[in-house]
Write a protein that binds this ligand. Structure first.
Ligand SMILES: [Zn+2]
Ligand SMILES: [Zn+2]
Length: 332
C-alpha cells in the first residue's frame, strides 16, 4: 500500500504537510515519484480548500498495477488536470473527454493527491510519457499551462495564416507566444508595460503592445484570434475594435465573477467568445510532440518542493514576480 507525503491547502491559505495512503495498485494504476511540479494560477484558486494542490506533475514510474500495458518502472511521465472519464459517452468516444459528464478533474475529484507531493497514483490511461528533449522540469508546466494554450489553437483549428493576439505574458502567455509562433502565426503580444517586451519578442512575438494608459489601440491588421491569459479581465471596449470580423476570443485564465462584454460590436463583427480548458489526451500528446520537436520550453523559476518552497513560490506568483512559471523540485 503506497503511502506518501502531500501538501494541501487550508482555510487560512497556509500550506499543510500531510500523508496520503492508497490501496495496492489495481487495474491500470501506476505509482509515480514526483520529480517536478509546475505552479499554476488554479493552485492559488484552491489554496483555501482542504485538498492536495498541484496538477502539473512530472515524475518517474516506480510501480505498475496488473493491467498496465505500455508503461514500465523507470519511465518518465507527466500528468495534468484530468484523471479519469467514463470512456463511453459521446465526448469520450470523439476524443473530447475533457467535456465528459463523469470527468474527474483537479479541484473536483481525487482531492487526496496532486503534484505537490512526493508521489501520486494515477491511471495509466491519463499519464503521458515524456518525450526525449524535454527535461522533467521543462515538461511539468506543459501539463496544464502548455496544454491549455495549445488546446485553444489546436482544437479550434486556428490557421497558420492567423494573426494571434496573446494578452498577458505570464505562465500561460509565455507558452502561448511560443506555440502560436511555431505554428506559423503572426503573434501580437499585449502587456501592461514595456517591461516584458524583449522577452516576448525573443519567444516569437512579431509585435508588442504596452496597454497602460492607452485610450485606443493601433495594431494595423486586426486579430483573428485572441488568447486572454492574464488573471484579470481586460477592458473589452479597448480590445473589440482590434478584433477582425469572424474572429475568436479565448478567455483562458481563471477569473471569478461574470463575463461582461460590449454587445453590439460582438454582434456586428461576428466575434465568437470560445470557452476552452485543458487538452483532451490526443491533443495533449500532440502538444508534447510539438513542444519537443520545436523545443518549446517554459522559462522557469525553481523552488524546493516543501511547505516553505510552495509558500514562497505562491507569494512570488501573487506579487507578479514569477518569470514565467514556478517549478517545484524535490530536494534530494
Ligand atoms: Zn493549471
Ligand atoms: Zn465520458
Amino acid at each position: 500500500m503506497p503511502s506518501f507525503t502531500v501538501y494541501k491547502g487550508s482555510k487560512d491559505g497556509s500550506i499543510q504537510k500531510s500523508q496520503t495512503t492508497k490501496g495496492d495498485l489495481k487495474n491500470d494504476e501506476v505509482l509515480i515519484r514526483v520529480t517536478a511540479s509546475g505552479l499554476c494560477g488554479t493552485d492559488e484558486h484552491y489554496r483555501t480548500s482542504d485538498m492536495v494542490l498541484g496538477h502539473e506533475g512530472a515524475g518517474v514510474i516506480e510501480a505498475v498495477g496488473p493491467a498496465v500495458r505500455s508503461l514500465k518502472k523507470g519511465d518518465r511521465v507527466g500528468w495534468g488536470y484530468e484523471h479519469d472519464c467514463c470512456g463511453e459517452c459521446t465526448y469520450c468516444l470523439s476524443g473530447r473527454e475533457t467535456f465528459c459528464p463523469e470527468r474527474k478533474m483537479y479541484g473536483y475529484a481525487d482531492l487526496d493527491q496532486g503534484s505537490f507531493a512526493t508521489h501520486a497514483v494515477w491511471r495509466e490511461a491519463f499519464v503521458f510519457k515524456l518525450p526525449e528533449g524535454l527535461t522533467d522540469k521543462e515538461a511539468a508546466p506543459l501539463m496544464c499551462g502548455g496544454a491549455t494554450v495549445f488546446n485553444a489553437l489546436r482544437m479550434y483549428n486556428i490557421a497558420p495564416t492567423s494573426r494571434v493576439g496573446v494578452m498577458g505574458v505570464g505562465g500561460l502567455g509565455h507558452l502561448a507566444i511560443q506555440f502560436a509562433s511555431k505554428m506559423g502565426c503572426d503573434v501580437v503580444v499585449f502587456s501592461g508595460t514595456e517591461s516584458k517586451k524583449e522577452e516576448a519578442m525573443k519567444l516569437g512575438a512579431s509585435e508588442f503592445v504596452a496597454m497602460k494608459g492607452k485610450k485606443e489601440l493601433d495594431i494595423g491588421r486586426k486579430l483573428d484570434v485572441l488568447l486572454v491569459t492574464m488573471s484579470a479581465q481586460p477592458d473589452w471596449s479597448l480590445i473589440l475594435p482590434v478584433m477582425a470580423g469572424d474572429s475568436i476570443i479565448f478567455p483562458l485564465s481563471v477569473s471569478g465573477g461574470d463575463f461582461t462584454i460590449p454587445y453590439t460590436p460582438l454582434l456586428l463583427q461576428g466575434i465568437r467568445v470560445q470557452g476552452s480548458i485543458v487538452a483532451p489526451r490526443n491533443i495533449h500528446k500532440q502538444m508534447l510532440q510539438f513542444a519537443a520537436l520545436h523545443q518549446i520550453k517554459p522559462v522557469i523559476m525553481e523552488f524546493p518542493l516543501n511547505q516553505e518552497g510552495i509558500t514562497k513560490a505562491m507569494t512570488t506568483l501573487n506579487e507578479g514576480n514569477m518569470r514565467y512559471r514556478g517549478v517545484l523540485v524535490p530536494e534530494n
